[in-house]
Design a protein around this ligand. Structure first.
Ligand SMILES: NC(=O)c1ccc[n+]([C@@H]2O[C@H](COP(=O)([O-])OP(=O)(O)OC[C@H]3O[C@@H](n4cnc5c(N)ncnc54)[C@H](O)[C@@H]3O)[C@@H](O)[C@H]2O)c1
Length: 353
């Protein structure tokens, strides 16, 4: 049996509820495909911060480096500023392991009633590729004269040729591999951001010349928001900067039914470092402890992990079971209009494996 060592960071809030649910499903889906996991839980997150003053130990990346992959729940706690929790846990892992391609599929599954009239299960199926290591989240800037009338805050976005080119190339390759509409949409704001975004446009046009078989379009981010609602069926692969990709993927999760269904892979495509798989959603303090968090996004993130590890059969097992539960509809959680619980959904998925 092929064995993979996976670091499991459940993190905060509902991350602690959906991660164990996904672990049980991944174990069950992997076994018939001749795969097993050795899970190593890491109790990092806001509780760790309150006890030790850090979200994770100083040598956390050294501890994580030997693993085949990382399964992540969520981060965020109302008692601590969000920039402290995010910058103390998730962002250092994404940057430190050069997980530059954040892959976020948006699928309206059969059985799921999305918020858009006239869109049925199977209609919407696209992927957003978000640049994950630089751009607007580069953490470069400063502040001065705090709380005074002359207070100033400067946050700099960083776009390098290396970083921009590789994520755009990754997106073109994906459009080719998917072999659906063979369309790549680049999202910028070049009318207002005349340095960084026109640079992105130029690199996009250059790389596009290497992919004559892929059609391209460029949208301003405001128009893209409108079009994701107005004509989501037209998209295939979308590539965007760190900030725009972040925003667009909450929107794409909403038009495909629920944040509770949206998975995400933070990939180091060269496999020099472990990649990280997580739901798009956060720690959802408003529902934590109620037992109603939808675990399907984390399970689907686990399926993306299996796919990336080269275990397509095990990944397909998860996908099939999740689709079965969604099209049946009787077990789903309140975010999908049901009365189900995290445990009930997990049992329903397990029973199909
Ligand atoms: N990757 C991450 O870990 C991540 C992502 C986004 C936000 N956050 C953090 O999470 C905290 C809460 O942020 P937020 O409320 O803006 O975003 P959120 O994603 O936690 O929640 C947004 C809304 O969606 C619902 N929701 C989210 N996941 C769900 C699920 N699996 N099942 C059912 N409903 C679900 C929540 O109940 C809430 O109403 C903040 O501290 C924020 O910084 C973390």
């Amino acid at each position: 049996m092929k064995t993979y060592r996976i670091a499991a960071i459940a993190g905060d809030g509902i991350g602690r509820e959906v991660t164990p649910a996904a672990v049980s499903v991944l174990d069950a889906a992997a076994a018939p495909a001749g795969v097993r996991f050795e899970w190593q839980p890491f109790p990092w997150g806001s509780q760790h911060y309150l006890e030790h003053g850090r979200m994770m130990p100083e040598n956390a990346l050294d501890l994580l480096r030997p693993f085949d992959a990382i399964l992540f729940g969520a981060v965020g706690d109302p008692r601590i500023q969000d920039n402290v929790t995010l910058n103390g846990l998730l962002l250092p892992i994404r940057r430190g392991f050069d997980q530059y391609a954040c892959v976020r599929p948006a699928i309206l599954y059969p059985g799921v009633r999305g918020p858009l009239a006239g869109r049925n299960g199977g209609d919407i199926d696209f992927v957003v590729i978000r640049e994950n290591t630089e751009g607007e989240y580069a953490q470069i800037g400063g502040a001065a004269h705090r709380d005074g009338p002359h207070e100033v805050a400067i946050q700099t976005a960083v776009f390098t040729r290396h970083g921009t080119e590789r994520v755009i190339r990754f997106a073109f390759d994906l459009a080719r591999r998917r072999n659906r509409k063979r369309l790549l949409t680049s999202v910028t704001k070049s009318n207002a951001q005349g340095f960084s975004m026109t640079f992105w446009d130029r690199v996009f046009a250059e790389v596009a010349r290497e992919y004559p078989d892929i059609r391209t379009e460029s949208l301003l981010v405001d128009a893209a928001c409108m079009d994701l609602v107005r004509r989501p069926v037209d998209f295939d692969v979308i590539v965007a900067s760190n900030l725009f990709g972040d925003i667009l993927t909450d929107l794409s999760a909403a038009v495909t039914g629920s944040l509770g269904l949206a998975p995400s892979a933070n990939l180091n495509p060269e496999r020099k470092f472990p990649s990280l798989f997580e739901p798009v959603h956060g720690s959802a303090p408003d529902i934590v402890g109620k037992g109603i968090a939808n675990p399907l996004a984390t399970m689907l993130a686990g399926a993306m992990m299996l796919e990336f590890l080269g275990e397509a059969n095990a990944a397909a097992n998860v996908d099939r079971a999740v689709r079965g539960v969604l099209s049946d509809g009787s077990a789903v959680t309140p975010d999908l209009g049901g009365a189900g619980t995290t445990r009930g959904v997990t049992e329903a998925v397990l029973s199909r494996l």
